[in-house]
Write a new protein. Sequence first.
Length: 505
Amino acid sequence: MWMDPTMRLTMILMLLGLASASPMKNDFSHCEKIVKKWAFASLEEEATKGKHTLRDLLFFLHVPRTGGRTYFHCFLRKLYHNSQECPRSYDKLRFDPSKQKCKLLVTHDDYSMMSKLPKEKTSVVTILRNPVDRVFSTYEFSVEVAARFLVHPNLTSATRMAGRLRPRNGGVSTLDIWPWKYLVPWMREDLFARRDTRKFRGSNHVKSKDPYNMEEIVMPLHEYIMDPVAYDIVHNGATFQVAGLTNNSYYVESHEVRHCVQKYKILGEHVLQVAKKRLDEMLYVGLTEDHRESATMFANVVGAQVISQALALNSSEETAADSKSEQSSSISDSEPENDDHQVSDSDQKASEIASTENLEGKKERMTVKKLMTTYEDCISSLRKTQARRRTSSLKRIAPANFSKEDRLHVSEVVIEQIRSLNNLDLELYKYAQDIFATQHKYSMQKLASTVRSIGGFIQQFRWHHIMESSFIGHGHRGTPCTPPICKCKKKNIKSQDMNCTLIFY
């Protein structure tokens, strides 16, 4: 059958279009099914009651570059003994939760860690940060740590030395910690490649004055955010971590769900709803930007309960000890000196400072007020140490010295790209702000209730004292006061015909 050539070409193109569209449609349908199934199961999980009460185990879900390291060193190490810390699990579970009787777990693991923990006995806390600032900070820290390796003559030497340092240090290297185990080697390789190019050209000339766009020295920010590595690990990182869907997840289906969401943006709403539910169930959600208020709330919401539990435990231990003989009841006041949980090489000096302050702080009974005081002193020391380390590292890639002021000069196009690539994190951050406001309101109500309770207790105590006291003076015509009806003092008798006055202190 003869057909007009134009018509025939049109038909062929239509058939080709249908053929190419069909697999895409099937792929989307498959992804939609996978994501919805996971989200439905996650949302159906029964929430543990009493989220405001600290349970046996505190799981600090540390979202990278939110200030969590400061909370760990300056808050949690003041509240928990080294012996109470679970073995560090920055890349995988390193202990058996069913056998380990630890009380504090601090990790970069995502929420899927909860599948390994006794949920009914675990409280979760976390801190979120403005997504744009978090991406900036992630980029800067990746480069900062990678730059430390530039002391070596080449990449091969740097890689070998990094491998040798781990066993000697005996601790957890930054290169063992998620996500830096991926991001730092990536940036390290890039820095050496660019340095080799400069040497080959025989020129160190840098065209741009913008540290975020010095392509001769370091991967520009606009390239960094568009790289597949950043897509998989950095963008919407907080949402995937809170939902339990990072590339470090314990959920079998996590990788497929994450890739489907990254491929089809519309499916991200399902993951966002799960992440919001996770936040709702947490004991505490802090905000990096509201640093002072977040710290104060952490001390009052989390710190106060840890202190209360410790006092109750000490009281029960003392009671048990008193029931034994005088010889067996003696209790040592010394603190355990060994720290079985090592820190990364990038945290070494900060850890030493915190450890010293940790032992000193526990010599006397901790209170919320003392906790805040020691926190302020600790962060001052920690920030100075971090600033010195940062300055030392960035000297090796000068003049690419990042600063908050320089961030302001990054083009709006790049900023908008970051916002677009982190659309889920932006929504989750807004939700976290609402939770933070609710937490603050709840804390204020609880504080007011406590004040009223204390006032009532004091009044009740004074009334009890009044009731039990004997009379001091006499009433009209020498009639004695009749305990427990009244308590009299001559100055309280307004006239000869007045009975004794009840005195409230």
